[in-house]
Design a protein around this ligand. Structure first.
Ligand code: ADP
Ligand code: MG
Length: 224
C-alpha cells in the first residue's frame, strides 16, 4: 500500500467578526493510492472544508498536509496553484463548465493551460470524451447538454491531465438518482482502470457505498 494523502492534526477555524467557527477540530487521515473514498456527514460538519484542504484550495489553521510524502502546508499560493493545475482533478456539484466553450474545448483547455499544444490537447480530450460516452457531443455547448452529460464533461476534464487524485464535492447533488448512480459507476470504472485515487463527498448513503471506504464526519472530526 502506498499513501497518497496524509493529514496530521489538521484544524481549521474561520473568524466571522467576533465569532470563531471551528470547521475542523483535529483530523488525522491517511489515504491509499488507487482507492475510492466517500466522505459522509451532516451539513456543516466540515466535509467541504476538508476537501478544500485536500485540494490545496485552502490551508489548515494548524496541522500538516502531505501529498505523496511532500509537505504542502508550508507552500505559498503560487506553489499551491501549480499543484492544483498540474496534479489534481476537481468535480463539482454544479459542474462549473465554461458556457462559451464547446464540450471539446472545455476539456482540452485544461491541457492547454499546462502548455500542451492545441492539436495534442484536443486529441487527448477526444479520447477522454470517448471514454465517458460523449464522442457524439464534441461540438455542443454545455447549455445543450443534460445534467448527466455535463457531469461527464467535468469528469473528462478532471481526468484528462492524469491527476494524482480527483476530488468530487457532491458530484451527484444536482442529478436525479438514476443519473447519479450512472455517474458514480463511471467514476468507479475509471478509478479501477486508471488507478486514480478518488475522494468524494456525498450525503447519499447509496452513492457513498459505491466506493471502497466510507469516512464519517461529525462536528469537524472523523467518527471512528
Ligand atoms: N469561508 C467560511 N467562512 C466562515 N465559515 C465557514 C466558511 N466555510 C465554512 N464555514 C463554516 O464551517 C463549518 C463547516 O462547513 P463545511 O465544511 O462547508 O461543511 P459541510 O460541507 O460538511 O456542509 C460550517 O459551520 C460553516 O458554516
Ligand atoms: Mg459541503
Amino acid at each position: 500500500m502506498k499513501t497518497i494523502l496524509k493529514l496530521e492534526n489538521v484544524t481549521k477555524k474561520y473568524s466571522l467578526g467576533s465569532t470563531v467557527v471551528h470547521a475542523l477540530r483535529g483530523v488525522n487521515i491517511e489515504l491509499e493510492k488507487g482507492k475510492y473514498y466517500s466522505i459522509v456527514g451532516p451539513s456543516g460538519s466540515g466535509k467541504s472544508t476538508l476537501l478544500h484542504i485536500l485540494g490545496c484550495m485552502d490551508l489548515p489553521s494548524t496541522g500538516e498536509v502531505w501529498i505523496n510524502s511532500r509537505p504542502v502546508h508550508c507552500l505559498n499560493e503560487t506553489q499551491l496553484t501549480k499543484i492544483r493545475a498540474v496534479e489534481l482533478g476537481f468535480i463539482f456539484q454544479s459542474f462549473h463548465l465554461n458556457p462559451i466553450l464547446t464540450v471539446l474545448e472545455n476539456v482540452s483547455i485544461a491541457l492547454q493551460f499546462l502548455g500542451i499544444g492545441k492539436a495534442a490537447a484536443q486529441e487527448r480530450a477526444r479520447e477522454w470524451l470517448d471514454r465517458v460516452g460523449l464522442d457524439h457531443r464534441l461540438d455542443h455547448y454545455p447549455s445543450e447538454l443534460s445534467g448527466g452529460e455535463r457531469q461527464r464533461v467535468a469528469i473528462a476534464r478532471a481526468l484528462v491531465k492524469k491527476p494524482q487524485f480527483v476530488l468530487a464535492d457532491e458530484p451527484t447533488g444536482n442529478l436525479d438518482s438514476k443519473t447519479g448512480q450512472e455517474i458514480i459507476s463511471l467514476l468507479r470504472k475509471i478509478n479501477r482502470e486508471a488507478g486514480v485515487t478518488i475522494v468524494q463527498v456525498t450525503h447519499d448513503r447509496e452513492i457513498a457505498e459505491m466506493g471502497d471506504e466510507i469516512i464519517s464526519f461529525r462536528d469537524g472530526r472523523i467518527l471512528q
